[in-house]
Design a protein around this ligand. Structure first.
Ligand code: GDP
Length: 300
């Protein structure tokens, strides 16, 4: 239900237009298919992904001799489920066995802090002992923001002063996680993307510390992307993917955008599973990504 509400804008963008389209045609012809292609591209599914969806649709229409425009909806639904299922495989957060460490990366403003708070809340509800590390030391506001979330959710935040070495914060947080026998340590990191080399150095340094100090921990590296930025999100993901090993994506602000189709493009172009989606600003507005319910919510 929440997912459906959250996706209402994307739904209008894709499904609303497709419904109008199929109503205005008597049979499936090239013109209809071209209009459909246009709708998919403007819904931020991405050119490459749209092309492969269209190829596959054309094949099916031909082989099964499909003529009724109304059938387009079902065909597209199947196609999207297939793509999302294949590339995302509906993977869950990798936090078992404990202890686990989650590094959270992403540029400023995408919803990194909020997502960390939401994940902490979710894990706490599962009776996990959670600890947060304020590794984004470049912005005082980032540390403050994380502390506010820590209070709200009721988990401890390990932090240093503004401007201190992020890797040192992570080091301390790991020692604290060991001492307190935390199940999951969630680490914020700096979100500066002005220079790929800096990013690689910074994330590389943190990875080394995790490797050395917490080699037994189950590891997850989540990249947070803002769905409202559409194709830009895909570009950001490409840069981060080169800088470090990303194991999962968190796609935020799906509630505020008609660009939810970007989920499809991201899954196909990056081949990194979308693990969580943000559908609002509140603590509970984070969901495990499930491709089937996602597509059903879009078309349901
Ligand atoms: P950060 O700079 O990446 O840490 O970003 P923040 O976590 O501070 O989030 C930036 C803004 O986006 C805040 O106003 C959040 O409330 C908002 N935000 C984060 N996630 C979501 C979401 O899933 N939906 C909506 N509507 N807003 C979100």
């Amino acid at each position: 239900k929440r997912l459906k509400e959250g996706l209402s804008k994307t739904k209008q963008g894709i499904t609303g237009k497709i419904e109008n389209l199929v109503k205005s045609y008597q049979k499936i012809d090239e013109e209809l298919l071209e209009e459909l292609e246009e709708i998919l591209i403007t819904a931020d599914i991405g050119v490459q992904t749209t092309m492969s969806i269209m190829d596959s649709l054309r094949d099916k229409i031909k082989t099964d001799k499909i003529k009724e425009p109304e059938m387009i909806k079902e065909l597209l639904k199947e196609e999207l489920k297939e793509i999302l299922g294949k590339f995302s495989a509906d993977e869950k957060l990798n936090i078992e066995p404990s202890p686990a460490i989650i590094l959270v990366v992403g540029v400023n403003g995408v919803g990194k802090t909020t997502s960390i708070g939401k994940i902490a809340h979710k894990l706490k509800k599962q009776n996990k002992k959670v600890l947060l590390a304020a590794g984004d030391t470049f912005r005082a506001a980032a540390v403050e923001q994380l502390k506010i979330w820590g209070d709200r959710v009721g988990v401890e935040v390990i932090s240093h002063q503004e401007g201190s070495d992020p890797a040192a914060v992570i080091y301390d947080a790991i020692q604290a996680a060991k001492a307190r026998q935390a199940d999951v340590l969630i680490c914020d990191t700096a979100g500066r993307l002005h220079n790929k080399k800096n990013l690689m150095n910074e994330l590389g340094k943190i990875s080394k510390i995790v490797e050395r100090e917490y080699s037994t921990a189950t590891r997850e590296v989540l990249l947070v992307l803002d769905a409202t930025t559409g194709q830009n999100a895909i570009q950001q993901a490409k840069v981060f993917k080169e800088a470090t090993d990303i194991s999962g994506l968190v796609l935020t602000k799906l509630d505020g955008t008609a660009k939810g189709g970007v989920v499809v493009g991201i899954s196909q172009e990056l081949a990194i599973p979308v693990k969580l989606i943000g559908v609002g600003e509140k603590m509970q507005d984070l969901q495990e990504f499930d491709s089937q319910s996602f597509v059903n919510a879009l078309f349901g």
